[in-house]
Design a protein around this ligand. Structure first.
Ligand code: HEC
Ligand code: HEC
Ligand code: HEC
Ligand code: HEC
Length: 165
């Protein structure tokens, strides 16, 4: 009986650790000002991530595509779609589209894409199967997720020095 109980405890504790420590917390993200779909653009139309997020390997801010980039296609592609009309409104009033952020890191953690992209780690390793998502998931990265891969790839584990500022 005590053995059975301790096994139960172990299972519960590992489950708890998995969800609250290793597994990035995810759920459907907020509604966006224009209902943009990665599934359609990446999955169906096969547009490369870097066409829209060109600075991802070079800067701390991968960048959101400016409305001009959307209109590059949508001036011709379904220009009368109600969601595309909104693009014209943003363009005409020179207002950047107020995309709502969906990825979060705890505030004291330092993350830079550059080092990771140089090691040829796929976007999907951290962002999941974006190409299957209409609306992106809201993700809060947890340190266990970073550490697990760093251990596997023998990258720095000295996280209090390198990842925290
Ligand atoms: C390289 C070309 C290209 C670019 C750049 C592009 N799109 Fe699209 N988009 C498409 C194509 C192709 C479709 C599919 C049109 C169809 O259904 O016939 C589409 C569909 C859409 C739709 C309609 C989805 C639906 O539910 O039917 C929306 C909204 C949209 N795009 C928004 C955007 C926004 C916002 C941007 C800029 C961040 C953007 N697109 C950039 C090519 C592009
Ligand atoms: C046609 C343009 C386009 C392409 C191609 C594209 N994205 Fe995006 N991406 C956007 C837009 C617009 C947003 C903001 C709206 C949203 O969150 O859906 C966004 C948001 C994101 C975010 C969320 C950022 C945050 O924290 O708010 C991630 C992560 C992301 N894209 C990754 C990718 C990856 C990985 C690929 C390739 C597999 C990709 N994107 C391809 C236009 C694009
Ligand atoms: C090693 C993990 C990792 C990889 C690989 C990775 N990302 Fe990210 N990405 C993150 C984290 C963590 C954040 C949140 C950063 C923050 O909030 O400061 C993020 C944020 C983003 C954002 C939002 C940035 C913003 O300004 O809010 C975009 C867009 C993005 N990533 C695109 C990409 C694309 C495109 C690729 C592949 C070329 C990629 N990422 C590869 C971990 C990764
Ligand atoms: C899928 C694997 C993977 C994930 C997930 C990952 N990393 Fe990394 N990270 C690496 C690799 C590999 C390197 C080594 C790059 C090099 O040697 O240039 C690295 C390097 C770094 C560095 C640079 C270390 C230095 O010596 O300057 C920092 C900082 C960092 N990662 C932070 C993070 C944070 C924060 C997260 C979680 C949000 C994260 N990483 C998630 C694989 C990963």
């Amino acid at each position: 009986m005590p053995l059975f109980l301790s096994i139960c405890c172990l299972v519960l504790i590992s489950g708890f650790l998995y969800f609250f420590y290793l597994y990035p917390a995810a759920g459907l993200g907020p509604e966006q000002p224009i209902s943009f779909s990665h599934r359609i653009h990446v999955g169906v139309k096969d547009i490369q991530c870097r066409f829209c997020h060109p600075n991802v390997g070079r800067s701390t801010f991968p960048g959101m595509p400016p409305v001009e980039k959307c209109l590059y296609c949508h001036r011709y592609v379904i220009p009368d779609h109600p969601e595309i009309r909104k693009e014209h409104q943003y363009f005409n009033s020179r207002t950047p589209i107020p995309w709502v952020k969906v990825n979060y890191l705890p505030e004291h953690v330092f993350f830079n894409h550059e080092r990771h992209i140089k090691k040829e780690i796929e976007c999907e390793a951290c962002h999941g199967e974006v190409k299957t998502m209409d609306r992106l998931n809201k993700v809060t990265f947890r340190m266990g997720f970073c550490i697990e891969c760093h251990r596997e790839k023998k990258a720095t584990l000295d996280c209090w020095l390198s990842c925290h500022n």
